[in-house]
Design a protein around this ligand. Structure first.
Ligand SMILES: [Zn+2]
Length: 247
């Protein structure tokens, strides 16, 4: 197992299938925000949220493939707090570990916020507050108290959603600082990162109400160590990550 650095420059789109929940809650309670509004009023997906969701998907995948990974999300039980950098698990090598800052050069991948774009992938900008409001709608639903079929004011459930089928533009750039080689030509961390992105199928809240379903559109090619590399070739190497014993 050798360790080296790999430079990545990846741009991709997140395409919603239907509406996305911006926030919801009961009239008298706090509205819980699940998707952020930018300074311009437009919805966007914060980089930290996006990275967290992709990391979750990659964790499940790595576990299913028989990898031993640390116990998130408690930072005290994760690699950054429990072992030297050279012994980080596959997930922490691909996504970083809490307590290990980007400044130290250990986690060199920079995830950007996913910004609203048009169907051609061009960023939407220069809108005023009123124009930005056109991307949202609010809905108040009444929830009945089942035993007595009474309607109580506190059961007025308000949700704020985005318009349907929005598209966001995102990027991941920088360095994977701890890469390990496998049987194929690409490092394990890169293959896991790309597979995690492909598995992302939900953002924001309201999943039980059919909100937030999405797909990630990766480009046909991207920049890897300043070379032009085929995305499908990276993802196809997921077979080399399989550590399950044949029985
Ligand atoms: Zn770890």
């Amino acid at each position: 197992m050798t360790t080296s650095r790999t430079k990545i420059d990846l741009h991709f789109n997140i395409v919603l299938n239907g509406a996305m929940a911006v926030g919801s809650g009961f009239r008298r309670g706090q509205i819980q925000r699940t998707v952020a509004r930018g300074l311009d009023g437009l919805p966007y997906l914060p980089a930290s949220t996006l990275k967290g969701r992709v990391r979750d998907a990659a964790e499940r995948l790595a576990q299913n493939l028989g990898h031993d990974i640390c116990e998130g999300p408690n930072p005290h039980r994760m690699c950054g707090a429990t072992r030297p950098a050279a012994q980080f698990c596959l997930i922490c090598r691909a996504f970083g570990s809490p307590g290990v800052s980007a400044m130290s050069g250990q986690t060199g991948l920079l995830w950007r916020d996913a910004k609203l774009c048009d169907s051609q992938g061009k960023l939407i900008s220069g809108v005023n507050r009123q124009e930005a409001e056109a991307y949202y709608y609010a809905r108040t639903q009444v929830q009945l108290s089942r035993p007595r079929a009474t309607v109580l004011e506190k059961h007025l459930f308000t949700s704020e959603n985005t318009l349907e089928d929005l598209r966001f533009s995102a990027s991941i750039r920088g360095w994977l600082t701890q890469t390990t080689t496998m049987a194929g030509q690409f490092p394990a961390e890169l293959v896991l990162l790309f597979s995690g992105l492909k598995l992302l199928n939900f953002v924001g809240g309201g999943k039980s109400r059919g909100l937030g379903f999405c797909a990630v559109e990766l480009p046909d090619h991207f920049e890897l160590d300043n070379r032009n590399v085929q995305t499908a070739a990276v993802i196809s190497e997921i077979i080399h990550l399989d550590r399950r014993k044949e029985s």
